[in-house]
Design a protein around this ligand. Structure first.
Ligand SMILES: Cc1cc2nc3c(=O)[nH]c(=O)nc-3n(C[C@H](O)[C@H](O)[C@H](O)COP(=O)(O)O)c2cc1C
Length: 182
């Protein structure tokens, strides 16, 4: 797929074919794309928990905000990636121990870059995904038993889209995103 087409046609997908099983080779390709993102001093602090167990996936979907439109498709999914990062690495210069962590965590920034790679790769493979940020953080952490040094950020539910296309939600005009030109 040509790059512009990939950028424009990637959509959040919330209806998955329940019968389609995401193969381990497909999962591997997706994770390889995740590793290709740039990161603070190449620190690569993104970490993922792979959910395949339908019972755990269902418990996680139950932590989503009550009217979250991604609940049903997550329950229909057989692959949910839990996007996390290892804390206290990105943003800290190893050479002089200066803390450049002014934007709370560069790790979150890096994880976002990695997740965009994941979303684009999934689309390029003819699959679909939805990123979920509205969930009960404490409940989800408890279900997944996430270690102390790992921050939990988002879920990415993956599946085979049922419909071919979705209309792109309206984007801001480029003039609206420029604060000023100096
Ligand atoms: C950080 C983040 C959190 C999101 N959380 C949710 C969510 O909780 N539930 C959901 O259905 N979609 C969620 N989305 C998907 C957005 O609604 C979607 O990306 C946006 O409407 C633009 O649509 P598009 O991805 O098709 O371009 C999230 C996306 C991001 C990047």
């Amino acid at each position: 797929m040509n790059f512009n087409q990939l950028l424009k046609e990637r959509r959040t997908i919330r209806e998955f074919d329940k019968e389609y099983y995401i193969k381990d080779e497909e999962l591997k390709e997706i994770l390889e794309a995740a590793t290709l993102a740039p990161s603070w001093a190449n620190s690569q602090t993104w970490r993922f928990i792979i959910l395949r167990d339908k019972n755990i996936i269902s418990q996680i979907a139950d932590t989503f905000s009550p009217n979250n439109p991604a609940i049903k498709c997550t329950k229909d999914s057989n692959l949910v990636l839990v996007a996390c990062f290892e804390k206290n690495i990105a943003g800290i210069s190893r050479r002089n121990e200066i803390n450049y962590n002014i934007q709370s965590e560069w790790a979150m920034f890096d994880l976002g870059l990695s997740c965009e790679n994941i979303s684009l790769k999934i689309h390029d493979m003819g699959l679909g995904s939805v990123i979920i940020g509205a969930y009960d953080y404490n409940k989800a952490r408890e279900i997944l038993n996430i270690p102390e040094n790992i921050e939990l950020c988002a879920f990415i539910s993956v599946g085979k889209p049922i419909k071919k296309t979705r209309i792109m939600p309206k984007r801001k005009n480029i003039n609206e995103i420029i604060i000023k030109t100096l």
